[in-house]
Design a protein. Sequence first.
Length: 416
Amino acid sequence: MYRDGVFGRVPAVPADFATLEARAKEVSTPRAWAYVAGGAGEGRTMRNNRAAFDRWAIVPRMAHGNTTRDLSLDLLGSRLPAPVLLAPVGAGALMGEDSDLKIARGAAANGIPYVFSNQGCNAMEDTAAEMGETPRWVQLYWSTDEGLVDSMLARAEAIGAGALVVTLDTTLLGWRPMDLNIGSLPFSQGLGIAQYTSDPRFAEIVRERIAAAAGAAKESTEVTLGAIKTLLAMTRNHPGAFLENLRSPVPRAAVETFLDIYSNPGLSWDHLATLRERTQLPVVLKGILHPHDAKRAFDSGVDAIVVSNHGGRQVDNAIASLDALVTIREAVGDDPTVLLDSGIRTGADVFTALALGANAVLLGRPHMYGLAIAGAQGVAEVVANVIAELDLTMALSGTADLASITRECVVPNPSA
Ligand code: FNR
């Protein structure tokens, strides 16, 4: 990247986050921008996430003599080239058709895992096919239908997922004024439901619901799924069409079914305790912010947690994920695997998160913005830029490998 700059190659995406964000906004529809960039309430959690990074400063060490760096690590049984993953992002098609396929290609170009969203726009089988040998993880929202949970687990195993990520913080969708003001969520356009419309158990549920709604099982599964697929195709060309079609009983039943089952507001530790018997996959719990929840997660035998406030999209004025990381690492000790997301924008941010105890981080909006600007190439460049800046920060700070990035590398920022 750096050498490309010296030789004058024009990059596909801006190298700094502010310009990346501004360019992504320019090329997005207002509806897409509201959903992707928006946060909960007054946006205070998003601001807290960034402010937390500003409260720490890196203290570089000199004359260390290192000429090479090793950014690689073992994570849940996979060897990764860098401590960066791509977070699950639902409804990505708002920022480009076949969004998950493109994001998967951008991740694979860097050899880093993509966590497939349960609210994805491509079926996990198709997305996995884009990744070659690169690790892929699968994210689950716990459904109110336990049969659907099992079906998703079986599919994740079948596509060779390296881990199952259960997201805990979205049992209900947060209060998101930017979407509310426009009066639309992606689901009403048929976006973000591809993992469901490709699922055999979901087909059964829809058929049962439609039979109940119609008073008789007139519609076959094929007809029902056909109707949903047609709607998805229509939506791409005619954004208003899906809403029009919601007036007819079959698609309306399918979408209402989805809204009823996609997440379980009654999710408890008892549900999670059943996971060990239901899957062989390493289990990761995403959305942990309280040290007691972190301890409980590890006591219940999960393999890792993601300290995350969902990019500030769920609770307004929630604790910054970086602040939560500090107390959680203190509470659980050095050994457990703790990942972090929410507010990571640069390689220097990754360095700070690692110094404060994260084993690796996930990017959310940055790769979505790369997608909006330049598709798979944009995703690949955003990721490469973050990793390149991390590498440079390590080089210029005197850390030759990830184990050398310790708490001693940062101080509370005297200038903040
Ligand atoms: C998300 N996030 C998310 N998380 C999840 O577990 N499942 C999902 O389907 C989604 N969908 C989603 C859509 C969009 C548009 C965004 C921006 C985010 C949250 C995501 O995984 C991650 O936690 C945050 O995006 C990280 O914060 P930053 O990097 O966006 O600040």
